[in-house]
Design a protein around this ligand. Structure first.
Ligand SMILES: [Fe+2]
Length: 354
């Protein structure tokens, strides 16, 4: 007992009035606050009403055995120190009570000085148990906090690494007026295609990030080939095709990018297995890659190129219809068509407002 805690509340549960009174008098004299009960039910009612720290419980009460009462008491007051009072011939029951959570037992007739020491010991033990539980709780909280901090730091690092790669892509595209903004547009359209396919938000954002990074491998392609205005030779085309492999190799060390790396590698695969670099076919091509591939074709058709006029969005979508089932996943094509139509409807509404 510490001065700040105030008196410790004990509950004496015994059906013999003489024992109850003697024990109560002694314990009050020792500075404890003492409640008494004659039956198990009465004891439980007191526990529901007030805070009790320690309980002296007769093993044999009328209508209830201590063996059944101990778990019910501890359910109401898990931190209570329970001491059993038992006749010599019933020590087995007392041992059973201890198995169920009682801390000690005392034999009747009770030696009051012995009782005082046993209570002090039990309260000490209870204190140690509570401290142990508190330490375990603090440790768990600390571990959870550290883990959350680590996850937060890791997320920041991951965002920084993606932002750095995006800056590289922007720098690459800035050199070529025909490419400027290509990856950002592919990212936005891919995200809305994924949304039209009913993909979950988290996956949509993964596809968006993949869109921003999908052509990063072009960093590894000779500039004169990338900037060439006329048709490419076979050798040059083979070189350009390498951008998907180079891109996935650049991203490979960033394991947090997960599926994005495969999306980048496979965004030029075709539904019919005639694409590159692995000639994947149908649904073996990751969905994100199928979406990026469709968005990239749409963007190529709708932006001006040295050898091609810019195509209006609806014309481009119509032109791409023929590719569904050969180059493109038909489901992806339908979602792209819906995404582009919705975008046009929004633009129309915006124009009408201004
Ligand atoms: Fe590409």
């Amino acid at each position: 007992m510490t001065p700040t805690d105030g008196p410790v509340s004990l509950l004496v549960v015994d059906d013999e009035e003489s024992i109850r009174n003697a024990v109560r008098r002694y314990l009050v004299h020792q500075g404890y606050e003492v409640a008494v009960a004659t039956t198990g039910e009465e004891a439980l009612a007191i526990l529901r009403r007030q805070k009790i720290t320690g309980i002296l419980l007769d093993v044999n009460l009328p209508g209830a055995s201590g063996i059944d009462l101990v778990p019910r008491i501890l359910e109401l007051e898990p931190a209570a120190a329970v001491l059993m009072l038992t006749a010599v011939n019933d020590a087995t029951s007392a041992a059973l009570c201890m198995q169920r959570g009682a801390l000690d037992y005392l034999l009747k007739p009770i030696d009051l000085a012995h009782l005082g020491r046993a209570i002090a010991r039990a309260l000490d033990k209870r204190h140690t148990i509570i401290e142990g539980q508190q330490i375990t709780r603090w440790l768990k909280e600390e571990v959870a906090l550290r883990a959350a901090e680590r996850r937060h730091e890791q997320a920041i690092q991951e965002r920084i690494s993606v932002a750095t790669l995006e800056a590289l892509v922007n720098a690459l595209e800035a050199k070529d007026p025909y490419l400027r903004g290509h990856s950002a547009r592919v990212a936005d359209l891919s995200a809305s295609v994924a949304a039209h396919m009913g993909r979950p938000d988290e996956e949509i954002e993964v596809v968006r990030t993949a869109g921003r990074l999908h052509d990063i491998g072009k960093i590894g392609i000779r500039e004169d080939v990338l900037a060439k205005q006329g048709p490419l030779t076979t050798e040059e085309y083979e070189q350009v095709k390498q951008h998907v492999v180079i891109g996935s190799q650049i991203l490979a060390p960033l394991s947090h990018l997960g599926g994005i790396i495969a999306f980048v590698r496979s965004h030029h695969e075709r539904w019919d297995g005639q694409g590159y670099p692995d000639q994947l076919r149908g649904e073996t091509i990751p969905l994100g890659a199928r979406v990026l591939g469709a968005a990239e074709i749409f963007d190529a058709l709708t932006t001006a190129r040295p050898y091609q006029e810019k195509m209006p969005a609806d014309v481009a979508v119509e032109r791409m219809r023929d590719l569904a089932g050969s180059v493109l996943d038909p489901d992806v094509y339908r979602a792209l068509e819906a995404a582009v139509r919705r975008r046009q409807a929004l633009v129309f509404l915006d124009d009408a407002r201004t």
